[in-house]
Ligand binder design. Sequence first.
Ligand code: FE2
Length: 342
Amino acid sequence: MHKTIYILLAILLLATLSACQLKNDDMSITIYTERHYDTDQLLYDTFTETTGIKVNLVRDEADKLITRLQNEGEDTEADLLIIADAGRLGRAKELELMKPITSETLDLQVPENYRDPERYWYGLTMRARVIVYHPDRVDSSELSTYEALTDAKWEGRIITRTSTNIYNQSLMSSFIELWGEDQALAWATGLANNFARDPEGNDRDQAKGIVAGTADLAIMNTYYIGRMLYSSDPNEVSVAQTIRVFFPNQETTGTHINVSGIGLVKYSEKTEYALKLMEFLTSESAQSSYANANFEYPVHPDVLPHELLLSWGTFIKQEIPLSVLSEHSSKATMLMNQAGWK
Ligand code: FE2
């Protein structure tokens, strides 16, 4: 009788041990991501085929994923976090949701200006926040810099989204870094004075507002133009065909850029697998389809962007470290409110 119990206990112990072993050897990683493109899935499938590592995706809005990671703490299933905007990536770092990771390959594939200096996150794709305009009402020769948008000639002719939006907060943060707080505040005040309406809607709505005649100029991210141009909605296609893109500050401080990026979750126990995927997504072969899925610029220095982006030509970029965008973000929000930018 006793012997049977011992045997049963031994079996139970072995089963528990092998279950633990299986958990540690579980060839999978989990990504919390705000991206939702079919082409991304194809890349993950290729990654799984070549490495045997399965990729589980949890998709949600960036801020919700950040909150979820905060709530889950060390119990999280997440190994990697993929979100847009260096301001948000910096916030995830400040909230201690990620840990640094280094590799020579990553350093080669992601240039210094597109990664966190302490390697808490790496850029995956790059976008520019440009001026778009209606060619019937504005001539490109009238455009020059973000600063010039405060000129009285643009009164009642500009639209952009609200100051609660991270893209505008990061844009403002870049000016705090370049010019200091006083000048950034003066710029935001001058811009808000020229608004054609109280800020509303997303970036696409600004482009639509230009074509609808609400305004002549807007500030928006480059990839939305591509997404509208290749949209299934004929109205979006027509709007994107009508508007024109202008890269401001080409003779001064460059056009404001930002990234979407990836970071290793602090409590991940799968550093090796996570690193493999980070290296894969930033590799020359993956970068082009990864960036093209959302009409973004690849971060890999040797990879060309989509032909639409190529047709706009190359442009001079702001040269500030992207990590400062999150450092200035609460000050940026405060100053934009002070400026009357709703
Ligand atoms: Fe966006």
